[in-house]
Design a protein around this ligand. Structure first.
Ligand code: KIV
Length: 289
C-alpha cells in the first residue's frame, strides 16, 4: 500500500452498526448506504462550532450537518437567507476540527448555487477544500438536479433537501407543511426521484406528511432523512439547539427536546453572578499565592 492508497478501514463499508461500529475513521456515504440495506436507522444533528460538534462526535452521532440554520440558531439572524459562503466555510472548518468520526455535511447557503451548476461547483469545492467537509447539502429537487449531477461527477457527495426548503421562506410565506394534496405529493415524489437519479447519496424530507415521507422512503434506494416527516424515514435530523432545549420560545411541532440546556446555563450564570456579588467566588482554592 503506498502513502496515497486508502487504508483497508477506509476501503470498507462498515457492516457493524453506525453507532459504535465505525470508531477508527469517519463515517462515509458507503456506511450510510449499507445502513439502509440492513434497515438501521440513524440520527443527524446540526453543529456550528468545534466544542459542541466534539460532544456529538463522542456521543456517536454518525452525521453532523453544518446547516445554514446557523443563521437563526447561532448567528442571530431571523432566517437562513443572510448566511454567506464565508460564514459557512468558517463554521464548517471548526466543526471538522472538533470531530474525528462523524461525517460532516455542510449546507450551500442561499445564493451560493442557484445561479448555475458552475456556481454550485465553485462553492461546493470551497467547502471541501477550505473547510474539509465530507459532503455538501443543497435545497431543491428537479430544479437542482443538474447542479447535483455536476457535483457528483466531480466527486463531491451531495445530500439533497426537498419539501419545506427554508431558503424559500419568503416565497412560501412562512414555513408551511409541504406535499399536501395529490399534485403536491406527486411533485415531491418527482423531486425525490430526480435527486436520486442525479446521484445524491441521501435526501432530507422536511415538513411533509408522514404517509408521504414513508412512500418516498420505500420508493428510494438512497436514505431519506426526516425532519417533520414522521417515523418511517431512514434517518432523523434535528437542529441541535432545538433538541437540547437551547432555543428561546416556541419550537416546531416536530421537535422533541431531550434536555433543558437553556435553563441549566441560565441557572449557572445566575449562581456565578450571585457568588461574585456576595464574595463567595473566588474562594481560597481558586486563588494563587
Ligand atoms: O440548515 C439546517 O439545519 C437544515 C436542517 C433543518 C435539515 O437544513
Amino acid at each position: 500500500m503506498n502513502a496515497s492508497s486508502p487504508s483497508p478501514a477506509q476501503n470498507q463499508a462498515s457492516t457493524a452498526t453506525l453507532y459504535g461500529g465505525v470508531t477508527n475513521r469517519r463515517v462515509t456515504v458507503r456506511d450510510l448506504a449499507a445502513a439502509k440495506q440492513r434497515g438501521e436507522k440513524w440520527s443527524m444533528l446540526t453543529a456550528y462550532d468545534a466544542l459542541t460538534a466534539g460532544v456529538f462526535d463522542e456521543a456517536g452521532t454518525p452525521v453532523l450537518l453544518v446547516g445554514d440554520s446557523a443563521g437563526n440558531c447561532h448567528l442571530g439572524y431571523e432566517t437562513t437567507v443572510p448566511v454567506t459562503m464565508d460564514q459557512m466555510v468558517m463554521l464548517s472548518a471548526a466543526v471538522v476540527r472538533g470531530t474525528k468520526r462523524s461525517m460532516i455535511v455542510a449546507d450551500l447557503p442561499f445564493g451560493s448555487y442557484q445561479e448555475s451548476p458552475a456556481q454550485a461547483m465553485h462553492n461546493a469545492a470551497r467547502l471541501m477544500k477550505e473547510a474539509g467537509v465530507g459532503a455538501v447539502k443543497l435545497e431543491g429537487g428537479e430544479r437542482s438536479a443538474r447542479s447535483i449531477e455536476l457535483l457528483v461527477e466531480a466527486g463531491i457527495p451531495v445530500m439533497a433537501h426537498i419539501g419545506l426548503t427554508p431558503q424559500s421562506v419568503h416565497a412560501f410565506g412562512g414555513y408551511p407543511v409541504q406535499g399536501r394534496g395529490d399534485e403536491a405529493a406527486h411533485q415531491l415524489l418527482r423531486d425525490a426521484k430526480a435527486v436520486q437519479q442525479a446521484g445524491a447519496f441521501a435526501v432530507v424530507l422536511e415538513a411533509v406528511p408522514a404517509e408521504l415521507a414513508a412512500q418516498v422512503t420505500e420508493q428510494l434506494a438512497i436514505p431519506t432523512v426526516g425532519i417533520g416527516g414522521g417515523p418511517d424515514t431512514d434517518a432523523q435530523v434535528l437542529v441541535w439547539t432545538d433538541m437540547a432545549g437551547m432555543t428561546a420560545g416556541r419550537v416546531p411541532k416536530f421537535v422533541k427536546q431531550y434536555a433543558d440546556l437553556r435553563a441549566v446555563l441560565a441557572d449557572a450564570a445566575r449562581a456565578f453572578a450571585e457568588d461574585v456579588r456576595g464574595g463567595a467566588f473566588p474562594a481560597e482554592e481558586h486563588s494563587f499565592h
